[in-house]
Design a protein. Structure first.
Length: 458
């Protein structure tokens, strides 16, 4: 079988190469207890775009905390010097490889035959950066996924390309340095995009977008060989458009989750489903109340990690110094300031920093909390005539009292939070007509009122 070769960028020193070869493998068989999400970023007006690898972590696989203050952990230095669609694979030796589309920005009419590739022992460092040439076609090389094929004793790298039709191509590799000649992996007679493929037992499952109807479908194969898949689910979609399906097995139990990217950075970034059996054809749509994707995250991948790996990632990159407040009964909306007025708006929006808060010890009482704006330091949420505003701290007792809240169990859901006014203690922070204010509330208030006053700190 012919093998393509490429020039590795940059060239490793002999010492670095020896260190890479001798790196201790990770605990491939250790039980995963958490998850890491790799992604790139886009926002509606492009001010938050970042075509580099970002990471977020989660202990439940649903609610995600960006690492490194949502800044990149590694950025390509060759090709377009940007990436999209990063895919993280745990290799057979327990270490990781990162693959990504070589594309910077939102202009998709430039063809590229390469993928970005990094090795990583633990996702705390990235080495051996290179670009791998996957084919000689005058077409794109988008959205890679990779998986181990035991019958070949090799990995398959599957990606979106066009050979006269939009198909999935595959190259095989043992080292992610040299790859076999490309061949068509899946061409069902209609254009397809964005495959994610996992093996469960002896069955390979592929989820992908049908570009004719815009829906996500599941197909399966007993071998994982090219052109061996048959559809077994009906089409799935949430929102107005969806792509980039992402499959992940739960760390606990036998359940699975399926994520889909909303395609447009002006809409909700991710939707999710769950299933107790990936081999069945039934997926249950998750309420957006149950999950919070990484901030501004687009088309990524998720991999299970151990407790030690989770702790190592947090120690290396750090958790956010800010929080967001998610509405309980409008879970696509977050508390933000706009023209100094506090309100809840559907995410995403720009400036996206308007929803970021430094939750600090209460200005009037350290047992309480106050919310300082990230992009307007020194300005805090406070009530004025019961309306919530973003105002500059004048350090008066009145301001400190207005800007202090007592965090209590959520009035609608005790696993969430509600915030009682410090100096008007019968009133709680709530939204009304999407605008924030403080109103008198008790546990006997209407269900709607209690929901309006309940938030998740994320």
């Amino acid at each position: 079988m012919s093998r393509r070769t490429f020039t590795m960028l940059p060239v490793l020193s002999a010492a670095a190469a020896a260190a890479a070869v001798g790196a201790a493998p990770g605990a491939a068989s250790a039980a995963n207890a958490a998850y890491v999400f790799g992604y790139f970023k886009e926002t509606p007006n492009q001010s938050g775009d970042s075509y580099a690898l970002h990471l977020a972590v989660s202990t439940d696989g649903l609610n995600w905390r960006p690492l490194n203050q949502n800044n990149p952990v590694v950025t390509p230095t060759a090709g377009t010097q940007g990436l999209r669609d990063p895919f993280i694979l745990r290799k057979q030796d327990g270490t990781f490889v990162v693959l990504a589309t070589d594309l910077k920005g939102r202009i998709f009419n430039t063809n590229n035959q390469y993928l970005h590739v990094w090795d990583s022992p633990d996702l705390r460092s990235f080495n051996n950066y290179r670009r791998v040439r996957m084919h000689g076609l005058n077409t794109h090389t988008w959205a890679p996924t990779a998986f181990w094929v035991p019958s070949r004793n090799e990995y398959a790298i599957v990606y979106s390309a066009n050979n006269g039709a939009d198909v999935f191509m595959v190259n095989y590799t043992s080292d992610f340095r040299t790859v076999s000649t490309n061949q068509v992996y899946f061409s069902p007679g209609y254009p397809v995009l964005d495959a994610d493929i996992v093996a469960d037992g002896s069955t390979f499952y592929m989820y992908y977008k049908n570009m004719n109807d815009g829906l996500i479908y599941g197909a399966r194969s007993s071998t994982g060989n090219p052109n061996s898949y048959s559809n077994y689910t009906s089409g799935l979609r949430q929102g107005n458009a969806i792509e980039a399906p992402l499959l992940i097995k739960n760390n606990t139990g036998s359940g699975w989750r399926l994520w889909g990217d909303s395609f447009s950075p002006v809409n909700n970034d991710y939707y999710a489903w769950s299933s107790s059996n990936i081999g069945g054809s039934s997926w249950t749509q998750l309420n957006q109340r149950d999950y919070t994707p990484p901030l501004n995250g687009k088309h990524g991948s998720i991999v299970g990690i151990t407790t030690a790996e989770y702790d190592g990632l947090v120690a290396r990159w750090g958790l956010p110094s800010w929080v967001r407040l998610k509405s309980y009964n409008f879970p696509d909306r977050f508390v933000r300031h706009a023209d100094s007025i506090a309100r809840i708006d559907a995410y995403p929006f720009d400036p996206h920093q308007d929803q970021l808060w430094r939750m600090v010890a209460g200005l009037a009482d350290a047992a309480g909390v106050s919310f300082e704006s990230i992009n307007y330091p020194g300005r805090y949420l406070r009530h004025s005539n019961y309306a919530i505003r973003l105002d500059t701290n004048d350090n008066t007792a009145a301001f400190r009292g207005d800007a202090t809240f007592t965090r209590v169990a959520g009035l609608a859901d005790s696993s969430w939070s509600s915030f009682r006014s410090y100096n008007v203690p019968d009133r709680y922070l709530r939204h009304s007509g999407y605008v924030l204010r403080i109103d008198p509330l008790t546990t006997s208030s209407s269900a709607t009122d209690r929901q309006d006053a309940t938030f998740r700190v994320v």
